[in-house]
Write a protein that binds this ligand. Structure first.
Ligand SMILES: Nc1ncnc2c1ncn2[C@@H]1O[C@H](COP(=O)(O)OP(=O)(O)OP(=O)(O)O)[C@@H](O)[C@H]1O
Length: 366
């Protein structure tokens, strides 16, 4: 795939998709296109393939879809495999990355995630779940952002996993004799919690600032719900819980015993679904800013059907906030919607999606 000429050093830390080719992915037989470096609209009727397009990019980035199994196979009916190729730029490097999947499963992705990532952030119908859903979603969110902002986060997690595996093996073997893994377990868990707390503090600061700027929430903040990052306190708890842990055959107090909760106007979050979606978007924005402040990097944003559950005025203002954030953004919309009518700028790229095909941009040269 040939890329566009020119490289803008001002944006060098930001991830950018220069060109994309998607083959035999859901209803997309073979499309190739170059999204703009700003906002690109993907406009089409229901079932035209807008979400499939964002999903293909997500697969290229994360190696998996954001839609569950009930959405059926990713590979186009009747085909033997799907393939997504992207010419991407990040940190001054430009290269082609690929993701493919065969009908019998077995996703492949090149190059490996650690080598060259294409970080993407997704806004979709499930965004409110970041606020209201399972704690595991928020932990994954914290850890994913930690991984993007701190180079050694992977080592912190693997040190803890190793200590946990050792302590649990000892417990399963009867947990007799000296509790020799407790110290390593407490130290590595405290280190991991400290990183999460650090990330949460940066998120809190960003979220409060963003929320104040909207005027939609008097006060929006995040609050840690979990153990302190205190190795001695953890050690004491481990001792107190050792008999029960022995019975269970694993350590109860672990990295999954924590969460964070939103607070609004001095009390625990009790917003509507639409407010939950807005808060989820603000959390994503705060996280992208935190990552950017730490590393200069920024994600590509995939915004699917932002109008779902939100009134037109909120949609337009949210789009404006996202636009000011200055990332490459692909936004889907049904034709004639308010977001498109009032949230669009002259410099945006417009692509029309029709039955799995993409029409060339109608208002800008590629
Ligand atoms: N494996 C597959 N092979 C062929 N077509 C598929 C496959 N999986 C899904 N589809 C079809 O692809 C079409 C595109 O779906 P998609 O969810 O991308 O639409 P959309 O444009 O986002 O629509 P909406 O605006 O309604 O959300 C649907 O008609 C769906 O049935």
């Amino acid at each position: 795939m040939a890329g566009r000429e020119g490289f803008d050093p001002e944006r060098s830390g930001l991830a950018l998709i220069e060109r994309l080719r998607i083959r035999r992915f859901r209803n997309l037989a073979d499309i190739e296109f170059a999204p703009g470096s700003g906002v690109s609209w993907l406009v089409g009727a229901n079932a035209s393939g807008k979400t499939a397009l964002l999903e293909a990019i997500y697969c290229l980035s994360r190696g998996r879809s954001f839609r569950g199994k009930r959405h059926g196979p990713l590979v186009m009916r009747g085909a033997t495999g799907a393939r997504v190729e992207g010419l991407v730029e990040r940190a001054g490097l430009r290269r082609t990355i690929e993701w493919s999947i065969g009908v019998r499963g077995g996703a492949e992705r090149e190059p490996p995630v650690s080598e060259f990532q294409l970080p993407v952030r997704l806004i979709c119908e499930a965004t409110h779940a970041l606020v209201e859903g399972e704690p595991s979603l928020r932990r994954r969110f914290l850890d994913w952002n930690l991984g993007l902002s701190e180079q050694d986060a992977v080592q912190v997690f693997s040190r803890f996993r190793r200590a946990a595996a050792q302590r649990n093996a000892w417990l399963r073997a009867g947990g007799r004799g000296r509790a020799m893994w407790d110290r390593a377990y407490a130290d590595t868990l405290a280190e991991l919690l400290e990183r999460r707390l650090g990330m949460l503090a940066r998120l809190d600061e960003g979220l409060q600032r963003l929320a104040r700027g909207t005027g939609w929430f008097e006060d929006l903040s995040v609050e840690w719900e979990g153990p302190d990052a205190d190795a001695l306190a953890i050690l004491t708890k481990l001792e107190a819980m050792r008999d029960a842990d022995r019975e269970r055959g694993f350590t109860y107090l672990g990295a999954s015993r924590c969460d964070f909760a939103l607070r609004s106007d001095g009390s625990r979050w009790a917003g509507s679904r639409g407010q939950g979606k807005v808060a989820g978007i603000l959390l994503q924005l705060a996280a992208d800013q935190a990552v950017s402040e730490a590393t200069g990097a920024g994600s590509v944003w995939l915004v699917d059907d932002i109008e779902a559950e939100l009134g037109a005025d909120w949609v337009v203002r949210l789009l404006e906030m996202l636009r000011q954030h200055g990332r490459q953004m692909l936004v889907t919309s049904l034709p004639g919607k308010a977001a498109l009518r009032d949230g669009r700028c002259a410099e945006d790229q417009m692509f029309h999606v029709e039955q799995g095909r993409l029409k060339a941009p109608i208002n800008a040269a590629v």
